[in-house]
Write a new protein. Sequence first.
Length: 223
Amino acid sequence: MILQAEPSPIAFDPARAALVLIDMQRDFLEPGGFGETLGNDVGLLHAAIGPCRTALSLARAAGMLVIHTREGHRPDLSDAPPAKVARGAPSQRIGDMGPMGRILIRGEPGHDIIPALAPIPGEPVIDKPGKGAFYATELEPTLRHRSIDTLLVGGVTTEVCVHTTIREGNDRGFRCVALADCCASYFPEFHAMGLAMIKAQGGIFGWVSDSAALAAAFAPSPA
Ligand code: C5J
């Protein structure tokens, strides 16, 4: 199967590829969550929801592995570096009570994945304390046990958790493809530059494609 991408098309076997949706959580996409406490306009992330739904439907129909990640911390904050909790001047800090429960804490309503992209049984959900999905998680063995070699990545935000995960995956030998319209940022210019960085220099740490190209890759070839 060939996926049109930049800087070059990439061949992939759906049985050895995973769709990885990064942190499509209420805490980042809905008012009152972590993203908004940092002063961001959460509406800017909503453009990625429809394309993520498309990619999710395609991956599920093809029997591909689908992995969801969630950024967040244990209720006692034992896995939250003090430097992360203290950083910046947010209106509320990690662990404070907000309208969707404690900010960025596992088990709270804000930590959930948005209903439009809810995982279904059998889809691993990786809880991560950091920005990258490989750090301090079971993601790598989850992929290796299934002989996955290619990651199709969407989610938020492009230049933070998506980028960090793609960099980590690339260094571990996975072929990482950012699905551009399935990603979004509170800063449109960072989204654009984040994608540009991935595919520059002949694909220095990955490829960039989109949900339409994924649909085309899965479309039956004309007889
Ligand atoms: C951020 C993320 N932006 N999921 N997290 O803090 O990108």
